[in-house]
Design a protein around this ligand. Structure first.
Ligand SMILES: O=P(O)(O)OC[C@H]1O[C@@H](O)[C@H](O)[C@@H]1O
Length: 156
């Protein structure tokens, strides 16, 4: 068993293209001792907008109900772009286990984003395992994250 960085439920959501991967990752989370908050969608035939599901995940983190979220759409792009509009979200679209390590160590990412059309489920499971068990580094990495949090668009 790898270390757990959170005792809160992991929030997960997907658009219609990500339903199958969401089901698989939810099962992995439950089997590995994580509580799960599933914010939909549940139909892979009814077309929905990935943006709405990214917003649902952001709301879970903003409210403090989850420390980590997993968002899925076909490419992952729409979830990642939407989620990163919120300053308290550090969403990262990943394709490899190595990227998952870096996203947590350097970026303290709190939302794992996956493209269901591009990512096989075994790799996604491994990325999720690494994502939820890799601590963020301190020192210069922490200083950069603090700078990031202070970036002010009105001062461009
Ligand atoms: O299935 P349709 O609606 O054609 O395309 C949706 C996908 O297009 C991209 O924005 C997202 O990746 C989303 O999953």
């Amino acid at each position: 068993m790898t270390q757990k960085l959170t005792d809160k439920p992991v929030s997960i959501a997907a658009d219609h293209r990500g339903v199958a991967l969401k089901t698989r990752l939810k099962a992995w989370l439950l089997a590995n001792g994580y509580a799960v908050t599933d914010r939909g969608t549940d139909s892979d035939v009814e077309r929905v907008d990935a943006m709405d599901y990214a917003v649902r995940l952001a709301a879970e983190i903003q409210a403090g109900r989850s420390d980590f979220a997993v968002g899925i759409c076909g490419s992952g792009q729409m979830v990642a772009i939407t989620a990163n509009r919120f300053p308290f979200i550090r969403a990262t679209l990943l394709h490899t286990v190595e990227e998952s390590l870096g996203a947590r160590r350097h970026g303290d990412a709190n939302m794992l984003v996956l493209g269901a059309d591009l990512t096989d489920a075994d790799t996604a499971e491994r990325m999720l395992e690494i994502f939820l068990s890799t601590a963020a580094l301190g020192e210069r990495y922490a200083e950069r994250r603090e700078r990031l949090a202070r970036l002010d668009p009105s001062k461009l």
